[in-house]
Design a protein around this ligand. Structure first.
Ligand SMILES: *[C@@H]1O[C@H](CO)[C@@H](O)[C@H](O)[C@H]1NC(C)=O
Length: 349
């Protein structure tokens, strides 16, 4: 009898230890330092007021992501939840960078993107292999990654936000529009920059108009393009219109028929979006997407103009963490050093 009681006590002890273990794990999962929200509790009251910002963190350019997050968080009082998307083997590094730096305050979720969904959908022959990185296509799959929000902001990693992100979030989407972008012809003129950009302002810069499938779309080649590096999207509309399916259809067609323009400065993710969203997207205030800062080492805007800009985008090959470009200081002031010491500014003095 005594033995039995002893065994019972041991079992009870083990049970308590197990429960404590589970509870501990739960409170350390999901990473919501700002409030102590429990993932499994009811949807919190202020969920509606949360602004979800989706941004990717690719292995070689995580420093870009962290600078962007830092700039967004520092310039708003809004309640932001960052969805930081990475491939499986980088997730722990993302977490470490956030939790062991000044970013530990932010509200974030780390989301894994499984690149197998892209199999057979990407032509391997781009002149810029960096644009073929799986994470470039995350924006096609937003409703698969984000479930709790209807309206979502997606940002490329090579941006810096200088305005209050609430303003961008308040962009109105017209009824029936699944997304809003900033048009490539709405950009305030900056001579140096527009000279560099040239044809990359129109559909002709992204689609091969010699191909029948493209001609058959009936879209004029001189139609102004838009840049999908900054997007405000409505997940309900996105699902209803099967946007992801439509984008995948054009990816597959491109694999078979090579439909994109060969000049493609803007990236292989842009072309299918130009087709699918043609004539049915809302617009973002151009000051919320000042771009082309990475088109050349000396792509130059007037300083006072850049100060008024709400969002700066270093699209192009001359990234401010690699090159000492004209306006790199505007990026560098948001840099968050890598606690693991892996990511380094190449041009650091
Ligand atoms: C999103 O789209 C749905 C369906 O059209 C609509 O009812 C809803 O009001 C839209 N939400 C926003 C924030 O625009």
């Amino acid at each position: 009898m005594a033995l039995l009681r002893k065994i019972n006590q041991v079992l009870l002890f083990l049970l308590i230890v197990t429960i404590c273990g589970i509870l501990y794990k739960k409170s350390h999962r999901g990473s919501v330092p700002k409030s102590d929200a429990d993932e499994d509790s009811e949807v919190p009251e202020d969920m509606e007021d949360e602004i979800p910002v989706v941004i990717c963190a690719a292995a070689g350019r995580m420093g870009a992501t962290m600078a962007a997050i830092n700039s967004i968080y520092s310039n708003t009082d809004a309640n932001i939840v960052f969805y930081v998307v990475g491939l499986r083997n980088t997730l722990s590094r993302i977490r470490k960078w956030i939790e062991h730096s000044k970013l530990r305050e932010i509200n974030f979720k780390i989301v894994e993107f499984n690149p197998t969904v892209l199999e057979g959908k990407i032509r391997p022959d781009s002149s810029r292999p960096d644009l073929l990185q799986p994470l470039n296509f995350v924006r096609f799959y937003l409703p698969l990654l984000i479930h709790q929000h209807e309206k979502v902001i997606y940002l490329d990693d090579d941006v810096i936000v200088q305005g209050d992100i609430q303003e961008l979030y308040d962009t109105t989407l017209a009824l029936g529009h699944a997304a809003a972008f900033s048009g490539d012809c709405d950009l305030p003129a900056a001579q140096d920059v527009s000279r560099l950009v040239g044809l990359q302002n129109t559909y002709m810069g992204y689609l091969d108009y010699r191909k029948k499938a493209i001609k058959d779309l009936g879209i004029s080649p001189s139609t102004c393009s838009f840049n999908p590096g900054v997007m405000v999207a409505n997940m309900t509309e996105w699902r209803q219109q099967h946007i992801t399916k439509q984008l995948e259809k054009w990816m597959l067609r491109n694999v078979r028929e090579n439909l994109y323009s060969s000049s493609l400065g803007g990236g292989v993710a842009t072309s299918p979006m130009l087709i699918v969203f043609h004539g049915r997207h809302s617009t973002i205030n151009p000051l919320w997407h000042i771009r082309h800062l990475g088109w050349s080492p000396d792509a130059r805007y007037a300083e006072h103009f850049l100060q008024e800009a709400k969002l700066l985008h270093w699209d192009g090959q001359h990234k401010p963490w690699h090159f000492r470009t004209v306006h790199a200081d505007l990026w560098e002031s948001w840099f968050v050093p890598d606690p693991a010491g892996i990511f380094k500014l190449r041009h650091s003095r």
